[in-house]
Design a protein around this ligand. Sequence first.
Ligand code: SF4
Ligand code: SF4
Length: 217
Amino acid sequence: MIITKKKDPADILKSIERTGAKKIHLFGCNTCAEQCKTGGTPELKETSKILVANGYTVTGTSLIDETCYNQIVRREFRQNTAIAEADAILVLSCGAGVKTVTDNASTNQPVLPALDSLFLASVERVGRFFQGCSLCGNCVLEYTAGICPHTDCPKSLLNGPCGGVDSGKCEVFPDNDCAWVRIYNKLKEQGRLELIKETMPAKDHSITQHPAKVTLR
Ligand code: SF4
Ligand code: SF4
């Protein structure tokens, strides 16, 4: 799941003002942003209210199942005539959703983000998310008992702890257990402690060059 947070309404209003638009259409996302409480029905209503209170006309709202999914967004553009009436489109989704809406909007329809995209999360329960992977492109979890040293260690150390670990706690975030202490303990529990002796090469950042593209045949 992609975690997003709401932009400050004052910043959103400023971004709309810069376009000169008066009529705005809103897109939400019924998957990640809905669960983050940043782009579902209540947030579309709340944002519409703010726009109307500031003198804008809201032509309509589109709550898309996956706003990053081009075919679904394209269908919404075909079926929802209110979109064409808008001077600009405000998107309450992650950046991938904003990009997908942009790809479908007319060239004279600026598309603006209402959210900031933060990270890829695992979901503990509704409303509680934590970052488990930073998409490094070269997964090493088989050596680290499923605990990501790239993500869970603030320094992304791949070959054991730094000198700052204190009584098992992380020096950067003292409330957290050191990722490498957790990795050690879990490998030990699993009887796989020999894996800790593996030396992991530095990450190849060329793998994560962007823009990335995958085409499955
Ligand atoms: S090593 Fe960590 S950041 Fe890289 S792919 Fe695996 S879980 Fe994600
Ligand atoms: S104490 Fe552990 S988790 Fe924190 S920065 Fe050092 S190695 Fe990483």
